[in-house]
Design a binder for this molecule. Structure first.
Ligand code: SF4
Length: 315
């Protein structure tokens, strides 16, 4: 399959910390890829770098992000909008904050679209918005378009954000933690919704999540991220059936536990006082790993286990 999106050795830092330490991943056309890892590993910053929405004190210091072969980091403002925003949509983590509270949903969904396509009138844009909401399982789309964001449930807000991202005929949908802060009932609906989006012709998805149950139901391939870089990647089945990195194993074990069990310590995910040096060639997981050995403090390469399965670990 042809590559649509490719992060190549992307590095980013703020005044005191390295945030991304040579992040590399790719999404092929029509593929659904998940990026998983704990909070603070750099997942959301990776998306921020793609869409040019990094915090003020964070800057990209190296690498590139190719979208359909062009490095979007070379473009700002209108240039980035033309190269990327019209072909890629973003569903942010906090769907409440992303919906302007003083506008009805119809305006929230159509303002940018009408601005970018002045030849298409507001009426046609609202009709398109209603059709998209219906296609995402909202039965009374016209009524929902007349509501204000505070009148929507968590699941409705997710759907409105996804529909807003789909207003343009996008090729890539990026979603940040789509199932966070949802109750189990709504979470199942959103899971089904993303699974149906994954089957849409011509749509690729990059889903950032710490919810491995959700990821397992939608992703073709998975990247596991730790301390600013990828530590394991593989097909969904390879990661869940045959994980190799101790961190991946612990994440999967943690994801399969019930809420009460999660209070138990897993050795590999215990707390460590030492902050990993993200620029060190040695294993960043060393201080938390119960399988460590002497060779782990030397340079740890990215080993190929199969055509599609790679791991950064000496085991
Ligand atoms: S390289 Fe060593 S310390 Fe790092 S995860 Fe593998 S076994 Fe553990």
């Amino acid at each position: 399959m042809a590559e649509l999106l490719s992060f190549r050795s992307l590095s980013a830092e703020d005044e005191r910390h390295t945030i991304l330490a040579g992040l590399s991943l790719h999404v092929d056309k029509g593929e659904t890829v998940a990026l998983v890892g704990e909070s603070g590993c750099g997942k959301t910053m990776s998306i921020g770098a793609l869409f040019g929405i990094l915090p003020d004190d964070v800057e990209v210091t190296g690498g590139s992000i190719l979208f359909d072969g062009e490095d979007v980091l070379l473009y700002n403002g209108k240039g980035r909008r033309d190269k990327l925003y019209r072909r890629a949509g973003f569903v942010p983590q906090n769907t409440t904050d992303s919906l302007y509270p003083l506008m009805p949903v119809s305006k929230v969904m159509t303002d940018a679209y009408v601005h970018n396509h002045p030849e298409i009138g507001r009426k046609a844009a609202v009709e398109r918005a209603a059709a998209l909401l219906s296609s995402l399982g909202i039965e009374d789309a016209k009524r929902v378009l007349s509501l204000y964001p505070f009148q929507l449930s968590g699941g409705m807000k997710q759907r409105v954000n996804i529909a807003s991202a789909l207003m343009d005929d996008i090729e890539l949908l990026v979603a940040d933690e789509p199932t966070s802060a949802l109750d189990i009932h709504i979470r199942r609906q959103i899971e089904t919704l993303y699974a149906s989006l994954a089957d849409r012709d011509g749509l690729s998805m990059l889903i950032v999540s710490h919810d491995l149950g959700f990821v397992r139901s939608v992703a073709d391939r998975i990247y596991v991220m730790y301390a600013g870089r990828i530590i394991e990647e593989g097909l969904c089945d390879e990661i869940f059936s045959d994980p190799v990195h101790p961190y991946t194993k612990s994440l999967i074990a943690l994801g399969s536990m019930n809420a009460r069990d999660r209070n138990l310590d897993l050795p590999e995910l215990g707390y460590s006082n030492s902050v990993p040096d993200r620029n060190s060639p040695s294993c960043a997981f060393l201080s938390r790993c119960s399988c460590r050995r002497d060779s782990c403090s030397c340079s740890v390469e990215y080993f190929r286990l199969s055509e599609t399965h790679f791991v950064r670990c000496v085991l």
